[in-house]
Ligand binder design. Structure first.
Ligand code: GDD
Ligand code: MG
Length: 360
């Protein structure tokens, strides 16, 4: 086992409105572009060659990761003119693979943070002799995912992407976005048109009697599809709950990048990341939050479970909980922002404009 495909294209790769011009895989999590964690974990599992299948804002990947030698990997990039869907993207990079027809190829969704034992998935694939093996995880609400029921040997019996009706919710096991494909199965995906591996390839393979094997692994798993999930993932990387060899520095309560400035009595906890050139003022308290490059937290502000975009400024004594502040936005002093609020990039919120506390 030496090679993998990483899917980093499609329509959902923008983290709106936080970073208008940055695809999600390149937004820093625990101080480095998120994709670095996936690449480093694959490398640690023995993968040597990775093809990035990209479409939207593809031009940002190669200047950063180059040929992959900094990570000890051989990286290649393939850009779709129009998004080809997950299956189309996999098929579109087949010519770059070195594996023979019966050899296994790893495939990863590019927006997943997980502690998956990649070698165990590959071993399961070899032991079961499957055509495709899938990492499965259990979630409370499976509706936003691909449902994957299995029999008592772990063999997949159906694949139901994003079920619409209660009757379709037949299991809490979902597709966790990591697969091993037999190389020849990749070559059998149709070319030249969009194909969804979830809606087309997997159901067709099952209908034709192919062997799809599930491996339920209840290790750390998070889809970083929302900014809130992204903040959670970044904090979990810093805290060491989500294992990654690419976290710069030791795991602990906080990660402060070298050029950041933090006042001596400011408190940083819960996996907070202070990005390059960011500033945290006196008496500020920042918990479980990600401050991107150049962000400024003024004295006395309290920031919890929030994402503060590059160059954004949070005014003195403002209190943020579960907020997403776009790049360059300015939240004036004495505001109170609560769960789910998103401040657009470069917007300005004057001093004392928003609060939730009662009159007194
Ligand atoms: N190159 C390329 N081209 N990549 C794509 C395209 C495309 O047209 N469409 C999607 N991708 C990439 C995305 O960048 C992402 O890394 C991955 O494929 C999955 O796409 P999402 O858009 O994030 O899908 P999802 O989160 O709704 O559902 C998928 O992931 C779930 C787990 O998080 C499915 O695979 C579900 O079955 C699964 O449960
Ligand atoms: Mg996703």
């Amino acid at each position: 086992m030496t090679e993998a495909i990483l899917l980093v294209g499609g329509k959902g790769t923008r983290l709106r409105p936080l970073t208008v011009n940055t695809p999600k895989p390149m937004v820093p999590a625990a101080g480095v572009p998120f994709l670095t964690h996936q690449l480093a974990r694959a490398k640690a599992a023995g993968v040597e060659h990775i093809v990035l299948a990209t479409s939207y804002l593809a031009e940002v990947f190669e200047p950063h990761f180059g040929d992959g030698s900094d990570l000890g990997l051989s990286l290649e990039y393939v850009t779709e003119e129009e998004p080809l869907g997950t299956g189309g993207a996999i098929r579109n990079v087949a010519s770059r693979l070195h594996s023979g027809p019966d050899e296994p190829v790893l495939i990863f969704n590019g927006d997943i943070l997980t502690g998956l034992d990649i070698r165990a998935l590959v071993a399961t694939h070899a032991d079961s002799g499957a055509d495709v093996s899938l990492h499965l995880t259990r979630v409370e609400d499976p509706r936003a995912f691909g449902l994957v029921p299995t029999d008592d040997t772990g063999r997949v019996t159906a694949f139901l992407e994003k079920p619409q009706t209660p009757e379709e919710i037949v299991t809490d096991q979902i597709n966790a976005g990591a697969y091993v494909f037999r190389r020849s199965v990749i070559d059998s995906i149709p070319t030249g048109r969009p194909v969804s591996v979830e809606r087309e390839t997997f159901p067709e393979l099952l209908a034709s009697g192919a062997h799809l094997q599930g491996m339920v692994d209840s290790t750390y798993w998070l889809d970083l599809g929302t900014p809130q999930a992204f903040v959670r993932g970044s904090a979990d990387l810093v805290l060491g709950r989500a294992p990654s060899p690419a976290v710069p520095g030791r795991c602990g309560d906080r990660l402060v990048l070298p050029s950041a400035r933090v006042a001596p009595d400011a408190k940083l906890t819960g996996g907070t990341v202070v990005g390059a050139g960011a500033t945290v003022g006196e008496g500020a308290r920042v918990t479980g939050s990600t401050l991107l490059a150049g962000a400024v937290i003024e004295p006395g502000a309290v920031v919890t479970d929030s994402l503060v975009g590059a160059g954004a400024r949070i005014g003195a004594r403002s209190v943020l909980t579960g907020a997403v502040i776009g790049d360059g936005a300015h939240v004036g002093p004495d505001n109170e922002l609560r769960d789910g609020i998103r401040i657009w990039c470069d917007a300005t919120l004057p001093a004392g404009t928003v609060r939730f506390s009662s009159d007194q």
